[in-house]
Ligand binder design. Structure first.
Ligand code: THU
Length: 131
């Protein structure tokens, strides 16, 4: 994954984080995914008064990508305060569309960065195999 593309992903995640609807947690999150169509899809967290209804930024971005016809995710960026790591549900969701080697850039708005691969965070995602 080229450095300029990763920087673009990070910029998109930073920008969309400002659109987060996070009045309950006060914890805005932005995510951006590079898809196989060459486009970047961004999503923020969207919370709800009924807390479990809330949607994470990563799955929002994934939904945007899939709804526009993308079928593979090549890389992702996540921006939030603290120690940014996608939650387990989002990792499983991403594993449906991304290779285990897909690079993930995890960053804070203040400029701290970590680079991992999906497999570092989800070594064995669930796959439906019958029998
Ligand atoms: N959140 C995300 O959007 N992505 C994550 O990977 C972890 C958590 C959101 C959910 C909720 O709106 C807020 O952060 C606090 O948990």
């Amino acid at each position: 994954m080229s450095e300029p593309l990763l920087r673009q992903l990070l910029a998109a995640a930073l920008a969309v984080r400002h659109r987060a609807h996070a009045p309950y947690s006060g914890f805005p999150v932005g995510a951006a995914l590079l898809a196989d169509d060459g486009k970047i899809y961004a999503g923020c967290n969207v919370e709800n008064a009924s807390y479990p209804v809330g949607l994470c930024a990563e799955r929002n971005a994934l939904g945007q990508a899939v709804a526009r016809g993308a079928r593979r995710i090549l890389a992702g960026a996540l921006v939030c305060e603290g120690e940014p790591v996608p939650c387990g549900m989002c990792l499983q969701a991403l594993s449906e569309f991304a290779d285990p080697d897909a690079p993930l850039l995890l960053a804070t708005p203040g400029g701290q960065e970590r680079r991992l691969r999906l497999r570092d965070l989800l070594p064995q995602g669930f796959r439906l195999r019958r029998g």
